[in-house]
Write a new protein. Structure first.
Length: 641
């Protein structure tokens, strides 16, 4: 099977039985791999009545065909399960070196079933899987575990592990690989913890076979040059994603103080330019990456990879902190404990606002959780990870914490589908506002990644849309043409995740286009792919995932931004004079709800989904070859239009 390891492993953690199956060839042209395979398995094998922490939930690690090849950025992997945070579709992605190593070890997919009665880890190597005792690792942080396992097995082995947060079933816990890379969103590490699976260690020497090597290598050379010449990719290589801080500061797209503001005075103090001048040691790349966006930094004698934009905003301006080293210290602690820095920051910001408004007292919280208090943030990260005191409430995520606290706390939880908002300000960038709302894995910037408008990417827009639409499409604060932009971006994101390449080359920068990926896949696999075929595969994945959520009770009612985003004006500190605050209304026209409804109507129309429910129609599912999905939903009493 060119491009694939050709094997799927089922690991029963209760009986310790391991079954190795062939990767179904029929799945390749339907779902490609990675996220596509994971979502297919989730729909087929994890029904909605299964609790996320029950043994019946399944934890899936999957890579796609480009992982482990020399195709630029073929470094990604997907980890999926029913989400303990959203109670719906759950998955996360990460780069680094773990994904390719899993392919080299001989597997496209690992499916962990049931639950172990004691802590274990999986040693995946050269087509073999061993379940080994992890009792001595339980309670240790991610960095400690990684070093121990590499010492025990192979210094070159790659490790994906959970920290205390995952062990304690913290719903915002993250799987950490290569010590600084996080598969963070939707609580996948908590599912690992529920199964008593501490880590996966992998090492292998299997080559990825290529059907048409010369043509594939020529295409690799071509797309690598496109990436190297792309302005967005060049900027990320020079400064990392932290360069976005100052860019967003001036646009009011740097969420601050729990989205009360669109920026924070002197946010440049946590920006990429200052980072490069002060704490940066060197850039770093993931496997086969020409961009080198990773930042290896040193703070207080600790050297680590981190300080991505999303982390900087979540642990900085959102908490009213504008000290670079303070953010770095929180980043280090979150990585060791195994926490999603986005959800952790947003959840702590929510708690800070509750204290500020007197909804909960400082005594109830147990630490002085006031805006800008770095020490309190560090203490709360520990309390959340070990479920101590008020941290036990916040360990449930902002949505559930608000439900438990009551007293109007719900108004201040910045979540969609129970998942904390990523670090875009929806009132400043309407495309991302819609993307957060419609994402099937909850509030998410990477499910659709509609960056064309934010980056004002004229060249890519001209290749994708009519000339007459481009001016409004590229205006971030205009709602016009944002559904059109989002639909194609969602398809391309699904493809990127399915083939295991980084979106900094695809839907973030559009350095390479869908046709490039299709051509590369054709030469790699020997199966003919075209632009149209792979975009249809992306659409199939999106619709399957939507159906998974429909089955779990999600509908149009869940595709909305929080009340603050829809109803409150956005306040922005004037970057030229921080003593001045500018207010802009949340939306144009007749009111925020009207505009959000119009955007959703048009988005559903483009997708051929029902406007009243947000459900896919029978016609659309039939067009995509998902007749079995229709049958499954109808057996459950869910009527599709």
């Amino acid at each position: 099977m060119y491009g694939y390891a050709g094997k799927i492993a089922r690991i029963d953690l209760a009986t310790k039985k391991i079954t190795i199956e062939e990767t179904p060839k029929s799945w390749i042209k339907e779902y490609l791999g990675g996220r596509g395979f994971a979502s297919k398995i989730l729909f087929d094998e994890v029904p909605p009545e299964v609790d996320a922490f029950s043994p019946e939930n399944k934890l899936i690690f999957a890579v796609g065909p480009l992982a482990g090849t020399v195709w630029p950025t073929g470094s990604r992997y997907t980890v999926a399960a029913k989400s303990p945070l959203s109670d719906g579709l759950g998955y996360a992605h990460s780069g680094g070196f773990f994904g390719p190593e899993l392919k080299f070890a001989g597997f496209d997919t690992l499916i962990f079933e049931s639950k172990s009665n004691k802590p274990v880890y999986a040693w995946v190597h050269d087509g073999t899987i061993d379940l080994l005792d992890a009792s001595h690792l339980w309670g240790k942080d991610v960095w400690e575990v990684t070093k121990i396992l590499q010492s025990d097995h192979d210094k070159a082995a790659k490790v994906a592990a959970i920290g205390p947060a995952g062990e304690n079933l913290v719903r915002i816990a993250a799987v950490i690989n290569d010590e600084g890379r996080a598969a963070a969103r939707t609580g996948m590490a908590a599912v690992m913890g529920s199964k008593k699976l501490k880590a996966i260690v992998t090492r292998g020497k299997q080559n990825v076979e290529i059907a048409h090597r010369d043509k594939f290598m020529a295409k690799v050379k071509e797309v690598t040059e496109k990436i190297r010449k792309n302005p967005g990719a060049q900027t990320y290589g020079q400064f990392g994603t932290s360069i976005l801080v100052n860019f967003k500061l001036h646009k009011g797209d740097l969420p601050a103080k729990n989205h009360q503001y669109g920026n924070m005075p002197y946010s440049e103090n946590v920006g990429g330019e200052l980072l490069s001048k002060t704490i940066l040691k060197k850039p770093k790349s993931c496997y086969a990456c020409p961009i080198h966006c990773g930042r290896v930094v040193e703070v207080d004698g600790t050297v680590f990879e981190g300080m991505e934009y999303e982390t900087i905003d979540a642990l900085g301006p959102m908490l009213w902190i504008n000290d670079l080293k303070a953010v770095a210290r929180a980043n280090i602690l979150a990585n060791k404990l195994g926490l999603d820095t986005i959800s952790a920051g947003v959840t702590i910001a929510f708690a800070m606002e509750l204290v500020d408004r007197g909804i909960v007292s400082k005594d109830e919280v147990g630490v002085n959780l006031e805006w800008g208090n770095e020490q309190a943030v560090l203490e709360m990260l520990e309390m959340i990870s070990y479920r101590k005191g008020f941290g036990d409430i916040l360990a449930e995520g902002a949505y559930r914490a608000a439900q438990k606290i009551g007293k109007g706390a719900e108004k201040y939880a910045m979540t969609i589908k129970k998942v904390e908002l990523p670090r875009q300000e929806p009132r400043a960038t309407k495309g991302f506002g819609l993307a957060h709302a419609t994402s099937n894995r909850g509030a998410d910037h990477l499910y659709g990644l509609p960056t064309l408008a934010v980056a004002h990417n004229v060249d890519a827009a001209k290749k994708l849309f009519p000339e007459a639409d481009i001016e409004e499409l590229l205006n971030p604060r205009s709602p016009y043409y944002k559904p059109e932009m989002l639909v194609i971006s969602e398809h391309f994101c699904a493809i990127s995740d399915a083939v295991s390449i980084c979106k900094f080359t695809t839907s973030e920068t559009w350095a390479i286009m869908p046709g490039d990926v299709a051509e590369g896949l054709t030469y790699l696999t020997g199966i003919e792919f075209t632009r149209e075929i792979i975009l249809e595969i992306g659409e199939r994945i999106i619709n399957l995932e939507r159906a998974y959520n429909v089955r779990a009770g999600f509908s149009r009612k869940d595709d909305y931004q929080p009340e603050r985003i829809l109803k409150e004006p956005l306040r922005i500190y004037d970057p030229k004079d921080y003593s001045k605050v500018i207010e802009i209304g949340p939306y144009k026209g007749e009111g925020p709800q009207v505009e959000m409804d119009e955007l959703l109507d048009h988005y559903y129309e483009l997708r051929n989904w029902d406007k009243s429910t947000g459900y896919p129609t029978k016609k659309k599912l039939q067009e995509l070859g998902l007749d079995y999905v229709i049958e499954d939903l109808e057996k459950r009493g869910i009527s599709l239009p």
